[in-house]
Design a protein around this ligand. Structure first.
Ligand code: ZN
Length: 1095
């Protein structure tokens, strides 16, 4: 047993590292990351008197000259009366004025359609009364020196082109819809205040030398770098990393004047923030009736005629009377955010900043808070009291991805070594040293920012304070100046007080009849021969420290001795699967390089040995037990890669029966379909977690194999499940191999324990994700990789204060792939509010949806699906009703008023409700549902976003001469033209939809056939053809594949072909075949629910 005493090998402090472990992270958000020179944003030097911002960043005038197609704003003939300069574009809600009227509202004409729900006007944005026109100048940063007048800026409206016929009809019937997105003097985007006058204590992001932002790209989906051609390439470790010693190299920007730590006092950063008005004169008070209406505005919603339903003439053939173009558009919101926020780095120095959307490509600069790649919150301004939180019903949750991969332009967390004494912590709550701890008494003690306890500074850590009370070594220490960093753990943090051994990977291959016959066994063995050279390795290590072992199995298990001294591998069969043991210790887990020849020989022989097998039955639990026992014997953590094909019906522990029963759908017993059929696997998972044995499961079923049960161990050990139904070598091998390569190579930690500490007043109460918990606070994961996400919910246990805000500290203790014990710390500071409007102004709907989906997907384990769906609708209706009641101006009940930051909540919620788990179609199997349920539970915000609202791109509109993506369109059949080809992706599948009238030349160029009828819908890849269109489309597909954690299955769908039904399931704005409401209908339904709550 080797005791790991090696020097730590983390990245040197101050040197940007390439992707974690050299893993080249594909570009985020569909756009390549611009190489922003350090000088542009590097120096966060605090207040700079000479800093002048000659012109406002262009990104802040999104709607000037920017086509508003799809904007939720209705058109008004009198555009000069509109002043919404920031229509639909800002994450912060409008603060004054009211939305423009819908044209139909002003001029109701023609027969009006009724939908099944009564509904009236739809309006977004905070209306007048919530609008602090009287905001202090500091909150109006757009034009330094010249405060914008609320209605002086005229947005240029670009009328949406002639809508499709069906839309046109709707428009004719449209009436009563008042839809305003944002209004005139909208506040700046949350958290950003470029050029704004600031209080001296918190100078914020603008930097010397930082000129205005680059103009927003006119192509929101800009792509400029090709995706990595193969996962093999670029996976070698990056530049050598050495220990964290000495001063930061010059590449690290000097950090004097770091704004958050004057006097080390967290409270001091409080103050009027650009995005946060503090006192809002005229804003409605929490819990009290809305304040007096503001001075009349031309855009006051009340001034807009809003016909009541009983005034409306009946409609002949009603469908709905809402113009789909007039309701909030996800595409527009995404595009606006990209334009507004994609050109500036997101600097994390300011408390409570709302980050750009996950669909926006942006760089992050850590100045004291964790990057949104690590933590995103449902709201960045949380209610001070529990009553207020309950009233709003807005869940307070953080979505945490502790080991997230970073783009190469960003710096990995620095590794801090405090030697034998280990990290400095609070005596009472054990929080780790972080930027928010306050040093007192000349630096001899520090006061904890979480529990206020005062702790002595250990002698070796003592440092003098400067005249502002800040330690003079402030900028030399990541744990004092950055939001995320790592500590090298001491032996005290290790199991049994022993440093861990490097982990092991065990490959366990099903060699039953189906696996052999499909060619799977041979494929896996061939792949492993090369893949084993790409095991994760740490820093500058020449080879991976991970050892490997091999098992094959059907009804019995075969272990292999691949000791380097052997001429040939040796097989040992264990047929007594009832009490699993490992028949060999020496020679089972080996170093790849040392045993290369023997391993190669084994991988050559396995397919031959089982080529003629007749064995169809398999075991499953004993396979996991075998891996677990092997790791126990080797005294190490590790991962099992299990390749499995069938329901384990052979006589053995954990044997399963086929209990699939679709008749249970929509009954009270439906929940049993999601529950494991035996508790055996839960107990096994517990044992695995105790040993640090993580299980990744690759399934290749031809029929039901009970994913709900087989998935228990992978799920509870932090592992992954991959499923390839009806696996066929020709069509599926590429996808499987890509997944396998990424899974084997990706950054992973073992034996992980995560705890989230919070400042007094709130605490973490609930957790969602792939892990095991043996108590109420510690999230245990046998393995944790860079894709795994844990969603944490917080509840109040006391009052919070606006002055001190709220703090989160996520500490992850784990063993690196080289066996080094480390602590990764992420800190995040949030604002707290006594005004509900501040909560709604700083929410993030994508994160809210991530939480709500996970909450609902867990709910189906214990409640009927209908109950879960109703609860979701009810909660969201309450959220929106609370806003309407407390934050919006008094207006006609016929208006639907949505908070600007939540205007997509209805459309996204509807997508969750219509998802396969909550409303399955006839083609969705029980295993599919169990699989999706577990998958979503570990997804990050970007993944849930595209999963629930897929990305739809018109390929025929792609510019073959540029790197950009075509502009995305909304997910509705109405938006499809039969003369075009479209791509739809949701993170699991890519559909290529071909209209019946597509030009023959395009078909020839993309598919290499001469007519529509000749296109094969069995294609799993696009043919490689030498023409610009083919190259462009394939590059788009490759780029999208590179962005996702799983290789998506490509499916070609021809219009009017039977496969089109499958495709239409993903057109989520339409009514679904399974009864799911269309977006318009659902919006109306939500409106009705809200009205009921308010009446
Ligand atoms: Zn404490």
């Amino acid at each position: 047993m080797s005791v790991n005493q090696q020097a730590h090998t983390g990245p040197p402090y101050g040197q940007p590292q390439p992707g974690y472990q050299g893993y080249q992270q594909p570009a985020y958000g569909g756009q390549s990351l611009p190489g922003v020179p350090q000088a542009q944003y590097g120096a966060y030097n605090g207040p700079v008197p000479g800093y002048q911002q000659p012109v406002p960043p262009q990104g802040y005038f999104p709607s000037l000259g920017f086509p508003l197609k799809g904007s939720p704003v209705s058109l008004n003939s009198d555009t000069s009366s509109l002043a919404p300069n920031f229509i639909g574009s800002l994450r912060a809600p409008p603060t004054s004025g009211a939305p423009p009227p819908a044209s139909g509202a002003s001029h109701p004409s023609g027969p009006l359609a009724y939908s099944q729900f009564e509904h009236g006007d739809v309006q977004n944005g905070i209306p007048a009364s919530a609008a602090p026109v009287q905001r202090p100048p500091a909150s109006q940063p757009f034009l330094p020196g010249s405060a914008p007048t609320p209605v002086s800026q005229i947005s240029t409206f670009q009328q949406y082109g002639p809508p499709p016929a069906s839309v046109q009809q709707l428009r004719n019937h449209m009436a009563g819809m008042t839809i305003g997105s944002t209004a005139a003097s909208a506040p700046p985007p949350a958290g950003l205040g470029y050029g704004a006058p600031r209080p001296p204590a918190m100078p914020g992001p603008p930097l010397p030398g930082q000129t205005v932002a680059a103009p927003p790209s006119s192509q929101p989906n800009h792509v400029s770098s090709p995706p990595p051609p193969s996962t093999m390439a670029g996976l070698h470790p990056g530049p050598p990393m050495s220990g964290l010693h000495g001063p930061p190299p010059p590449t690290h920007p000097p950090q004097p004047g770091y704004p958050m730590q004057q006097n080390g006092s967290f409270g001091q950063m409080r103050g009027p923030q650009p995005n946060y008005g503090g006192a809002y004169p005229g804003a409605p008070n929490y819990g009290s009736p809305p304040g007096p209406p503001p001075p009349p505005k031309r855009l006051d919603p009340d001034s807009i005629p809003s016909p009541q339903l009983n005034e409306l003439p009946p409609q002949q053939k009603p469908r709905h009377r809402i113009d789909p173009d007039a309701i909030p558009s996800p595409i527009q919101v995404i595009e606006d955010d990209r334009n507004n926020r994609g050109s500036e780095p997101f600097v994390t120095g300011v408390r409570g900043q709302v980050p750009p959307l996950v669909t926006t490509n942006f760089l992050v600069k850590d100045q004291g808070n964790a990057s949104p790649r690590y933590i995103r919150c449902t709201s960045y301004n949380i209610p001070c009291t529990s009553d207020m939180a309950k009233q709003s019903q807005v869940p307070l949750a953080a979505v945490i991805k502790p080991l997230a991969a970073l783009p190469p332009e960003e710096t990995l967390p620095y590794l801090v070594d405090h030697g034998e004494s280990g990290p400095v912590r609070c005596n009472r709550c054990k929080a780790y040293m972080c930027p928010f701890m306050q040093f007192i008494e000349g630096g001899r003690r520090f006061q904890c920012c979480f529990c206020s306890c005062v702790t002595e500074v250990p002698p070796h850590y003592f440092q003098h304070l400067d005249h502002t009370g800040k330690r003079v070594d402030f900028y030399d220490r990541p744990e004092l100046s950055l939001g995320s960093y790592e500590f090298l753990a001491t032996v005290d943090y290790c199991k049994n007080n022993k440093f861990p051994s490097p982990p092991a990977f065990i490959f366990m291959i099903d060699v039953s009849y189906n696996a052999v016959k499909s060619g799977l066994v041979r494929l896996i063995c061939e792949e492993l021969k090369s893949l084993l050279d790409y095991l994760p390795r740490e820093g500058n290590m020449e080879e991976s420290a991970i050892r490997v072992g091999f098992v094959t199995y059907n009804k019995v298990l075969h272990f292999y001795n691949v000791k380097s001294s052997l001429a040939q591998p040796q097989m040992m069969v264990v047929s007594d699967v009832a009490d699993m043991f490992v028949p060999l210790l020496d020679g089972f887990l080996v170093n790849v390089n040392e045993s290369r020849t023997v391993i190669a020989s084994l991988l050559d022989q396995i397919p031959e040995m089982f080529a003629d097998t007749r064995e169809t039955e398999t075991v499953f639990a004993p396979v996991i037990q075998a891996g677990l026992e092997a790791l126990k014997a080797a005294e190490c953590a590790g991962k099992l890669f299990i390749f499995h094909t069938s329901l384990p019906i052979a006589e053995a522990p954990g044997k399963l029966k086929n209990r699939d029963d679709r008749k249970l759908i929509n009954t009270d017993k439906e929940k049993t379909l999601f529950q494991p059929q035996t508790s055996f696997y839960n107990n096994l998972a517990k044992d695995c977690v105790a040993q640090g044995c993580c299980v990744d499961l690759f399934l290749f079923p031809n029929q039901y194999l009970d994913v709900a049960t087989l998935g228990v161990v992978p799920y509870q050990t932090g592992g992954s499940i991959y499923k390839y139904a009806y696996f066929q070598l020709e069509t599926d091998q590429y996808r499987f191999l890509n997944d396998l390569r990424r899974d084997v190579q990706k950054e992973v930690g073992f034996d992980a324990v995560m705890r989230v500490r919070t400042s007094t007043g709130i605490r973490a109460t609930d957790f969602f994700g792939a892990f095991y918990m043996s108590n109420t606070t510690d999230v245990e994961m046998a393995g944790l990789d860079c894709d795994k996400t844990i969603t944490v919910e917080f509840k109040h246990d006391d009052k919070l204060s606006e002055d001190s805000g709220a703090l989160l500290q996520c500490a992850l203790l784990y063993t690196s792939c080289a066996g080094q014990r480390r602590l990764r710390i992420h800190n995040l500071s949030l604002n707290c509010c006594t005004q509900l409007a501040d909560l709604y102004r700083n929410c993030e709907t994508d994160t809210l949806i991530n939480y709500l989906a996970k909450f609902a997907y867990r709910g189906v384990l214990s409640s009927p699906v209908k109950t879960v769906r109703d609860a979701l609708i009810n909660q969201c209706a309450q959220i929106l009703a609370c806003y309407r009641k407390n934050c919006a101006s008094p207006s006609s009940a016929g208006q639907l008023i949505l908070p600007e930051c939540m205007k997509l909540l209805p459309v996204y919620l509807n997508c969750v409700l219509k998802s396969d788990v909550l409303q399955p179609g006839p083609e969705v199997t029980t295993d599919d549902r169990a699989y999706i349920r577990q998958l979503v539970t570990s997804m990050d915000v970007a993944e849930t976003n595209v999963f629930f609202y897929p990305r739809l791109l018109p390929l025929t509109k792609a510019d073959v001469d540029s790197d950009s993506l075509p502009a995305a369109i909304r997910n509705s059949e109405e938006r499809l033209s039969k003369g075009d080809i479209y791509l739809l992706e949701n993170g699991l599948n890519i559909f290529v939809w071909v209209g019946v009238s597509v030009q023959q030349g395009l078909i020839q160029n993309l598919f290499g056939v001469s007519s529509f009828s000749q296109i094969s819908n069995a294609l799993s890849t696009l043919p490689v053809l030498e023409n610009p269109f083919s190259k462009k489309v394939r590059s788009i597909v490759d780029m999208l594949q590179g962005q996702r954690s799983r290789y998506m299955k490509l499916i070609v769908v021809k219009q009017e072909d039977k496969l089109e039904m499958l495709f239409k399931h993903f057109l989520v704005e339409d009514k679904s075949l399974t009864g799911g409401a269309s977006y318009v209908d659902f919006l109306c339904h939500m409106h009705k629910e809200i009205r009921q709550l308010l009446s």
